[in-house]
Design a protein around this ligand. Sequence first.
Ligand code: ADP
Length: 433
Amino acid sequence: MTGPLLGVIADDLTGACDLAGGVANAGLRTSVTLGVPTEPIPADVDCVVVALKSRTVEPAVAVAESVAAARFLRGVRVLYQKYCSTFDSTDRGNIGPVADALVELSGLDAISVGTPATPQVGRTQYLGHLFVNGQLLSESSLRNHPLTPMTDPDLVRVLGRQTRHSVGLIDHAVVRRGARAIVEAIAAERSVHLLVDATDDADLDQVAAAILRLQRPVVVGGAAGLAVALARQSIAGSRHPVSQPVEPAAIEAGPRLIISGSGSERTREQVAAFRGPIVAVDPLELAADASTFAGLVKQLEEAVRRNAADRSDAVATSPTVLLSATASPEDVRRVQDELGTEKAAALVEDALARLAVLAVDELGVRRMIVAGGETSGAVAAALGASTLHIGALAAPGVPWTVASVRGRPVALLLKSGNFGAPDLFTTAWKTAP
Ligand code: ADP
């Protein structure tokens, strides 16, 4: 293979890790960078994922950052716009405006083709409608998302409200006829953006095979599912074996920390299932009283130190503290009504990120789970992590990663809100580096 196969622009960090974990597991050498790097693409990777934090920023900012990432990725065989498998966005964007910009950058007759379908985590698309674990998107818990409530399951309509261009559908009947039928249907389409149905991995493989055969410039859009199918198809069609470099990760023993800033239903289950000390972060208290943060520092120090006092050095048995802002949808709404959605999010993200830095710098924490896409982005940025080496999968879509934090390797598991089984906060440590 000359140059990387896949150049991915991801709109959040946990999504980047989700995709990178799957693609690495399929056999591509993969790295994730936080933001657009200044160094050129390393020669020995098959997939470069540029993780932005652009899901909920102003559309113009998301477009500018995505275009900068696309310029950095020039020369890759497939340019991939990674968004959430639940199509998290609002009528202002950012999936549509970014797709418009990437298509316009890619040439006069360029199109975008994609699907958020990722059947392995229960996301399927049928007749343009997105299902989450068999439930229509708008009837799933995503209707209550704090920042991007998803109340319309028809993605052709959802994307149509976000873009200057036309949106079409390649439906399931075509997909079931295979890659050649998909290529023909795409050639016959006049729309600039095409969503493609997929209800299982076999569908995604046909879509991926079709994309690799297209003659015109294409920007691929989707979640982890289609990217992993592209990895599978390219490996199947390649005579060059690809292999993943093994990253030796010498990570010190130390207390473990879970940070949860996600309001998603699955994270709420994981928090409820957690048995251990919890330090709770209340945004209303943070907003009302400047001394609240100092109080949290003290509580976290005490909880970690108390646990560390009787910790064994064995990683599998070292104790864990949970630092959590996770609350019920009603409580989140109450906070948002009082503070405003953005201010509430910023207060929580800032507090959790500063406490993460304290945990690594002063409390010796070397292994950390972070729940929530925005939350993970804020924590990783505060830690100053610039590249994540992708390691073992703790669960589908959730790989352990290793980052260098001021010269020290730290294991981070950055988890999108709805990912992982309810007992992930206990089981994930078994696969930790
Ligand atoms: P997910 O991956 O589940 O969407 P995110 O971290 O991306 O999780 O988004 C959750 C957002 O909600 C974050 O911006 C976080 O700061 C904010 N948040 C977390 N807890 C609360 C709370 N109790 N009240 C209001 N906002 C909150």
